[in-house]
Ligand binder design. Structure first.
Ligand code: ZN
Length: 379
């Protein structure tokens, strides 16, 4: 009697499926020619754009590639000249959540799952935007989740729980972030004044000329995370506006830092929903391509594409006919290492096997942070 009861309990805990949880995904045929990008001629970066595909493990990347154009297709970042492998355990477990992983890139320090930009003893850790603001840099954040969600929050909030989103929202209002675009209206309570950022809540106001006339901008386009069916802006639309804003504002400054997250690649993995994952991934890929076009024009811009962890234990099984058999093996994050792709000055620093905390160190190295002069860029 004990055994069936145990199995029943285990299934409640781990959401066992009745079958193998395999979906057939048609192999795509979009094989537009693409050009491999060359290594940068400069060694020092002025601007950094960090792309996070939340939950984007190596097999999410491979499935998106096969589904879009088959084995000869190249995703935007598969043209980057440098790749590396990133391990991502947290301070308290081999399993990481987005908060601990984002804290690792934002501060260079391992922390406990759920903590944001504080160490395992809850001590304050300065983040990349905070460090760079003292050197005359502008910073921006984009996410398709709420802007108070774990990944973007690790760049400005210092708190022992990612779930305290109302407190995190207050921290964003007081932060050094110059432009923040995403969801999360329900966590904010702002009375507009000369001291508060310019707030927008409507996609129609996501206009670069309007926003470029403001000093600091927060755009919230959903109560919480985005629902594409409700006409929320895409990651591409928000990132293009943020990029334009930061380029404009940093003309007389040292440079800029932008983090843009495809937040819901992870949510699709938790749901074991392949089509959802592919739609989120397509927006992410188009966003990276647009930023890459910017970096080709602006050779002082370093672009990094990576993930916080993989989600869903996605396995790509032997095809059946012209379909990949995509099998999800968990509703949780899994432990597989993830990839990093780099293009632009300093990209060679991101080759090889690294811990996620080293992404922080290498970003600062690419900017030659040690030798940057202190400056306060408030144009
Ligand atoms: Zn997750």
């Amino acid at each position: 009697m004990k055994k069936p009861l145990l199995i029943f309990c285990a299934c409640l805990l781990f959401a066992c499926g009745s079958g193998d949880n395999i979906e057939l995904v048609a192999i795509g045929s979009d094989t537009q020619p693409s050009t491999a990008l060359q290594k940068a001629s400069k060694s020092k970066a002025k601007n950094v754009i960090l792309f996070i595909g939340d939950g984007m493990g190596p097999n999410q990347v491979a499935l998106a590639k096969f589904a879009t154009g088959g084995p000869d297709h190249r995703l935007s970042f598969e043209n980057f000249p440098i790749t590396g492998i990133v391990y991502n355990h947290s301070a308290d477990s081999l399993y990481t959540d987005s908060a601990a992983s984002a804290t690792a890139w934002a501060t260079g320090v391992k922390t406990i799952n759920r903590y944001l930009a504080v160490d395992a003893e809850k001590k304050f850790l300065p983040t990349i935007p905070e460090l760079l603001s003292t050197k005359g840099f502008k910073s921006g954040l984009v996410a398709t989740s709420s802007i108070t969600h774990a990944t973007p929050a690790a760049f400005y909030a210092h708190i022992d729980s990612r779930y305290k989103e109302k407190e995190i929202a207050k921290m964003l209002l007081d932060s050094d972030i110059d432009i923040a675009l995403g969801g999360g209206q329900e966590f904010f309570n702002v009375t507009p004044s000369a001291d508060t950022p310019f707030m927008i809540y409507d996609k129609k106001l996501l206009d670069k000329d309007l926003l470029n006339s403001k000093q600091q901008v927060i755009g919230l386009f959903a109560e919480d995370g985005f629902d594409r069916r409700l006409g929320t802006p895409t990651q591409l639309e928000m990132t293009q506006v943020a990029l334009n804003f930061l380029e404009n504002k940093s003309q007389n400054c040292a440079g800029f830092f932008l983090m843009s997250e495809g937040s819901q690649i992870d949510w699709a993995g938790h749901d074991n929903n392949t089509q959802y994952m592919l739609v989120e991934f397509a927006d992410f890929d188009a966003t990276v391509q647009a930023a890459t076009d910017f970096a080709i024009e602006n050779q002082d811009t370093l672009i990094l594409v990576t993930a916080d962890h993989a989600t869903g234990g996605l396995v790509l099984q032997r095809p059946k006919g012209s379909n990949v058999r995509a099998q999800w093996t968990t509703g949780s994050h899994d432990l597989s290492p993830i990839n990093i792709y780099a293009y632009g000055p300093g990209s060679e620093l991101f080759s090889g096997v690294m811990d996620n905390t080293e992404i922080f160190e290498r970003i600062l190295q690419a900017l030659d942070y040690e030798n940057l002069d202190s400056s306060n860029c408030s144009n």
